[in-house]
Design a protein around this ligand. Sequence first.
Ligand code: C5P
Length: 223
Amino acid sequence: GDVAVLVPAAGLGVRLGPGGPKALRLLSGEPLLVHAVRRVAAAGVGCVVVAAPPSEVEAVRELLSGVATATVVAGGATRQHSVSAALAAVPANFEIILVHDAARALTPPSLIVEVAEAVRGGHDAVIPVLPVVDTIKEVSASGAVVGTVDRSVLRAVQTPQGFRRRVLAAAHAAAVDEHTDDAGMVEKLGITVHCVPGDEAAMKITRPVDLVIAEALLARTLA
Ligand code: C5P
């Protein structure tokens, strides 16, 4: 198809504890990145570009050779730089670009298809979201509660995030400070970001407990 997926996978995974780059940590015997890229390929996309830790580019190429046709580039010091590096490697004919964290290793192909279709349907920028389950409070540096945020207007944001190519390129060209997601950079341009329903299986594997949950999802073939 005309959809390219960028997979930032160059993070260190510090919050997951010791054990090397997060995307290469094992989940049920396979690296998170392999789980993620297999599902991206199953969505039928035309191009996959992975941003790997600079020291692991060759190893990641090898790792993915039996999984999918993917271009592997060296990532950067921040997620934003890794995404920019991957975007630069996408051939000119791809008009829809998805950005998908390797850490969301169990994201179902159906969600990837739905985000791409929403962009194809006319939205410049599309993100999958879920309701927030916890009560969220603003807290001062000294630990005092400043206030309680109205949860009903909040959403937890997942990936893949989908964009018209020119919108993502403009957002990255314009960005000065660091953002934790690509839609945040698009918002700064004054462009409307459209929400679609997310999926529990697209959870971000960040802390040790997330690996336990992900293993359980896999074992029950819920992902
Ligand atoms: O740090 P965070 O959990 O937000 O990372 C989200 C995704 O961005 C992960 O898949 C991680 O590998 C990737 N990343 C990257 N380059 C960095 C930092 C994070 O590709 N320098």
